[in-house]
Design a protein around this ligand. Structure first.
Ligand code: TNX
Length: 482
């Protein structure tokens, strides 16, 4: 049966007579990491004891993230095969605890596990460098929704946000963009506003550790070889016309300026990735590969020579070769790569995980090419799109509409490893707007990811109404239900 308090909905549950009342000083026993998390998140102080127990127990039926949560009149007992499973049990417990006394929990049995191992949220911090405290809050909200992966889009034409110790100009120069009259001319779009900022490696390492305590892994993305105008502004020798001084791009859209593929540029990129790997322990590093206009390559004799030497008919195939160099380098460091789905048509490195973002059918194309695939089609998962296009109060967005129901009702192709919601930030200059766009659609995506497709939207919407009360208490600036 369905437990109305749980969002995402659980795989299986039953409710029994009676209740357990959680009181101040209730005894807690759990592995140290889980005890710390529960103490931090529960609304009441606890002591050592057996009223709330969390235990690791080998149970293949629960998989890597599942858990069993049982409430009896005597207390709460959770088991899972892993600490991750226990973390999700803590999140479910929090949803069962009423806000305010008496904190009575119904007696129940929840046996729960996710349908997809990859439940992601992309946040673009390159277009706007959202403040570090917001990233912590963002992670808290992901964990609350049992989303397990934060994809941080750290670099783009308009800004480079990842501190690289070996190449400080990436953030000194590439971390800033100037005011631009050309952008201002496009009224209301926040184009042309000067902006700057970056994250130190220390800040990101601390964020990674905080997220890990909540079961959220962070996948960094360094978008290459396109979307790199900020890097080329910082180090012109990376570009196709080394004597040309570009600036960090000041308007939205795709830059035509991309990396050249010289040996020096490749070793520069590998140095950058080495520093990325030092900061982000997660198994995956995303190396981009979207939207690479090839005109500059066609006009660059060195690139043409490289293509000829490799026997490639089309310079665009160099993209696959380049990604392969990066994948080999990262592979030697124990990492796998994530790539955008354009690379599937350009000899993508075998085994790379494809993020299929273009048309929905690209998910199938990537699967058929033999890749692990995260379904991220813009039609269903681009949460930066407006929910409606006929509401005059709707803030400006890059595209739309993408209503809540469409996100919820998405049926990814059979065989994907998961789903991911994207928040590109061209039109999300403030954290309030990020939250407005993210919620409640990210809650719908989270349920799709955890509970699988085919949920009843009407029922979800009712459960969501209660869930929004939780977001209210946290001060989340979500978009109210229409
Ligand atoms: C396409 S999706 C992009 C981003 C934009 C986004 C806007 C993708 C891999 N590239 O650079 O921000 O559209 O919706």
């Amino acid at each position: 049966m369905l437990i109305s308090m749980l969002l995402p909905r659980s795989a299986g549950a039953s409710v029994h007579d009676g209740h357990f009342e959680l009181v101040e000083g209730a005894g807690l026993s759990a592995p140290p990491a889980i005890a710390d998390l529960a103490r931090e998140l529960l609304p009441l102080p606890t002591t050592d004891g057996d009223a709330l127990t969390f235990r690791i127990r080998d149970d293949p039926a629960l998989g890597a993230e599942g858990y069993h949560l049982r409430v009896t009149p005597e207390g709460v007992a959770a088991t899972a095969a892993t600490e991750d499973g226990l973390r999700w049990a803590v999140q479910s417990l929090l949803q069962l605890v009423p806000d305010g006394a008496p904190r009575r929990l119904p007696c129940l049995d929840v046996v729960d596990r996710p349908v997809y191992p990859w439940r992601g949220s992309l946040l673009d911090v390159a277009r706007w460098c959202h403040p570090v405290p917001f990233l912590y809050r963002y992670v808290d909200l992901l964990a609350m929704h049992k989303l397990n992966t934060l994809h941080l889009h750290l670099t783009d034409d308009q800004g480079w946000r990842f501190e690289v110790r070996k190449y400080p100009r990436l953030t000194e120069v590439g971390g800033h963009r100037r005011e631009s009259p050309e952008g201002h001319a496009r009224e209301g779009r926040e184009d042309g506003v000067p902006h700057g900022g970056f994250y130190t490696q220390r800040e990101l390492s601390d964020l990674v550790a905080y997220a890990a305590r909540r079961g959220v892994r962070i996948m960094p993305e360094i978008d290459l070889p396109g979307h790199t105008q900020a890097a080329i502004a910082a180090y012109p020798e990376l570009g196709n016309v080394p004597s040309r001084q570009l600036e960090t791009r000041t308007t939205w859209g795709i830059s035509t300026h991309i990396l050249n593929l010289s040996d020096a540029t490749i070793s520069f990129v590998l140095d950058v990735l080495d520093e990325v790997v030092d900061v982000f322990p997660f198994e995956y590093v995303h190396i981009g590969g979207d939207e690479v206009p090839a005109e500059e390559w066609r006009a660059n004799p060195d690139v043409l020579a490289r293509a000829a030497e490799l026997g490639l008919d089309d310079v665009r195939e160099l993209q696959g070769w380049f990604a392969g160099r990066l994948a080999d380098h990262l592979g030697a460091r124990g990492r796998k790569v994530g790539i955008w789905d354009e690379l599937v048509d350009r000899a993508a490195p075998p085994g790379a995980t494809v993020f299929a973002w273009q048309a929905e059918r690209r998910v199938r194309v990537a699967l058929d090419a033999g890749h692990p695939v995260v379904a991220a089609p813009q039609s269903h998962t681009y949460l930066d799109w407006a929910e409606t296009v006929d509401d005059p109060d709707e803030p400006l967005a890059i595209n739309g509409p993408l209503p809540l129901e469409k996100v919820y009702d998405y049926h990814p192709d059979e065989g994907v490893i998961g789903v991911q919601g994207q928040l590109w930030s061209e039109y999300l200059p403030t954290t309030d707007l990020v939250e407005w766009r993210a919620y409640p659609r990210l809650a719908a995506l989270a349920e799709l990811g955890w509970s699988g497709p085919g949920g009843d939207f009407g029922e979800f919407r009712q459960r969501l109404a209660g869930h929004l009360g939780r977001l209210d208490r946290l001060g989340v600036r979500y978009r109210p239900l229409g």
